[in-house]
Design a protein. Structure first.
Length: 343
């Protein structure tokens, strides 16, 4: 076993996804030389070369987790692996296994790692606006900026999974085996962000119900027609992927005593689907974007807030998005999409 493996390591699950790419880039740039990437698919070469170890496997595989437990000294987990919202509705039982049982497996691994090396394991968990469930569009319009404790009645399996995993994280951090004689307190330092819809130029959208925004961009850049599955007037919060990565790293770096809650809202901008279409068409003149709402997917998006209150994140750990709507499109999304498809 190499000495590199025995250095304090950062585990990134779901490493091959949209967020995994950007996170590993930033972790490597920070000089965190011992990065362990885990994904069910082979990891891209560009990411692989920035990692000390790359594991192709499933977070539900007990033998894999046992091997990781014995081979690595993990001090931090970024648990990004998940079955996303649209796919989860077609396979709710599979989604529960991946999203809940997989998360519990990783929390258990974190507890055991903490017992082994004697320090708390930071556990960073991306949650989602899917945890919210507003009953109708009138309530959505009147709710304003929704706080973390409001309207937590999700109507999707993905939202249910994410909300339950937030509670699991709280339990493992503060109440794990609270009646046992050998209670371990502080073994897991769980920190979670409820992300809005994320828009990235690095990877293609992969099944999120908020993906209508990036799907418009990717289709327009390739000269493909796109039929949007929500109404023009629908409005939910969004964020450019670099701000999402920065937020995760900023929350991870925050002193524990500054954090007043385990789960935080963050957001950057909340345009309507029609406003996003207008921005895309302004840059891609021949873009053919139409609206053909799918009633069932529309109903899910209608249950999510138009905006969220991220006061606590701004106060506790200094969250500040770099990209508002105009800068996100003008400086990040449009140039990046053009390079991707026309370089």
């Amino acid at each position: 076993m190499s000495e590199t493996i025995r250095k304090p390591a950062v585990l990134v699950t779901g490493a091959n996804g949209e967020m995994g790419h950007g996170l590993i880039d930033q972790l490597a740039a920070q000089g965190r030389s011992t990065i362990i990437a885990l994904d069910v698919r082979p990891v891209d070469d560009a990411i692989k070369q920035k990692c000390s170890a790359v594991i192709v496997g499933d977070i539900l595989e007990q033998r894999l987790l046992e091997r990781m437990q014995s081979e690595y000294e993990i001090h931090m987990v970024f648990h990004l692996a998940a079955l996303l919202s649209t796919r989860a509705e077609f396979m709710p039982e599979a989604a529960h296994k991946v999203n809940v049982e997989g998360t519990m497996n990783l929390l258990k691994l974190a507890i055991e790692q903490s017992r082994w090396h004697g320090a708390p394991v930071k556990f960073l968990f991306p949650s989602s606006i899917a945890v919210y469930g507003l009953p109708d569009t009138a309530t959505k319009k009147s709710a304003g900026k929704v706080k973390e404790t409001e309207w937590n009645a999700p109507r999707t399996m993905y939202g249910v999974n994410k909300l339950y995993c937030e509670h699991l994280g709280r339990y493992y951090s503060h109440h794990y085996r609270q009646l046992a004689a050998d209670t371990l307190k502080g073994g897991v330092d769980f920190r979670s962000i409820r992300f809005p819809g994320l828009i990235s130029v690095v990877t293609v959208p992969s099944g999120g119900t908020s993906d209508f925004a990036p799907e418009m961009l990717h289709a327009a850049a390739q000269g493909q027609a796109y039929s949007c599955f929500v109404r023009e007037d629908v409005r939910i919060p969004f964020m450019a992927m670099p701000d999402a990565i920065e937020a995760l790293l900023r929350l991870e770096a925050a002193p524990r005593e500054m954090l007043t809650q385990p789960v935080y809202n963050i957001t950057s901008f909340n345009p309507s689907a029609g406003e996003i279409r207008d921005l895309v068409v302004r840059e891609f003149k021949n873009a053919a974007i139409t609206f053909s709402p799918d009633d069932r997917r529309q109903a899910i998006v209608d249950s999510w807030p138009e905006d969220v209150d991220d006061t606590s994140a701004r106060k506790d750990w200094g969250f500040r998005p770099s990209y508002d709507l105009q800068r996100a499109f003008g400086e990040y999304l449009i140039p990046g999409i053009k390079r991707r498809y026309h370089s």
